[in-house]
Design a protein around this ligand. Structure first.
Ligand SMILES: CC(C)(COP(=O)(O)OP(=O)(O)OC[C@H]1O[C@@H](n2cnc3c(N)ncnc32)[C@H](O)[C@@H]1OP(=O)(O)O)[C@@H](O)C(=O)NCCC(=O)NCCS
Length: 153
C-alpha cells in the first residue's frame, strides 16, 4: 500500500460505523457506534480508504463550543480511529491535518476533544494541550483528558 496515494475524503455518517465499532467500541460496555452529534448541523466526517476500498481511518468534526471560551467558534473532534493494523503509520496525522484545514476554513479558534489517555500523546504531539483533571468517560468507561488546540485566526 502506498501512503502517498491515500486521500482524506468526506464520509457519510453510516460509513464511519464499522471502523468506530472495531476500534473505538472494542473492550467497552457498548457496541453502539452512533453519536448524537452525527446529525447536528455542521458535523462532517473525514476518512481515508485504502486501494481495496476498505475504510482505514475515520474522524468526526462537530461545531461545538470550547468550555473555556464559549463565544468563540470551535470544533470538537470525535471518533478518531485508525484501523488497528495501520496505527502508528501516519494516518491519524493525515486526518488531523485535514480537520485543521476544515476548522481554519470555518475560522474556528479551537479544536478540542475528549482524549483517551491511551492516545493522549498523539494529541500532545500535535499541538494540543491537556486541560484539567482526568476523568472516566461515560460511554467507554475509559480514562480521558480534555485536550485543546488553539488555531491562529
Ligand atoms: C490515536 C490514533 C487515532 C492515532 O492515529 P495513528 O495513525 O496511529 O497516529 P500517527 O501514526 O499519525 O501518529 C502520529 C504521532 O502520534 C504518536 N502516536 C500515535 N498514536 C499514539 C498513541 N496511542 N500513544 C502515543 N503516541 C501515539 C506517534 O508516535 C506519532 O508521533 P511521531 O509523528 O512523532 O512519530 C490511532 O492510534 C487509533 O486509532 N488509536 C486507537 C483508537 C483511539 O484511541 N482513538 C482516539 C480516541 S480519543
Amino acid at each position: 500500500m502506498s501512503e502517498l496515494k491515500l486521500k482524506v475524503i468526506e464520509l457519510q455518517t453510516s460509513e464511519t460505523y464499522s471502523l468506530r465499532i472495531a476500534v473505538l467500541r472494542n473492550n467497552t460496555p457498548t457496541s453502539d457506534p452512533k453519536y448524537a452529534e452525527d446529525s447536528k448541523p455542521g458535523t462532517i466526517h473525514l476518512g481515508i480508504y485504502d486501494a481495496d476500498k476498505n475504510l482505514i481511518g475515520t474522524s468526526t468534526w462537530v461545531l461545538n463550543p470550547w468550555q473555556n471560551d464559549i463565544n468563540a467558534q470551535a470544533i470538537q473532534l470525535r471518533g478518531m480511529a485508525v484501523a488497528k493494523n495501520l496505527q502508528g503509520t501516519g494516518l491519524g496525522a493525515l486526518l488531523l491535518s485535514a480537520g485543521v484545514i476544515h476548522a481554519e476554513k470555518l475560522k474556528a479558534k479551537y479544536i478540542w476533544a475528549k482524549a483517551r489517555d491511551s492516545a493522549l500523546n498523539f494529541y500532545l504531539r500535535h499541538d494540543f494541550a491537556a486541560v484539567g483533571d482526568g476523568f472516566t468517560e461515560g460511554i467507554t468507561q475509559m480514562p480521558h483528558h480534555l485536550v485543546v488546540r488553539e488555531l491562529k485566526i
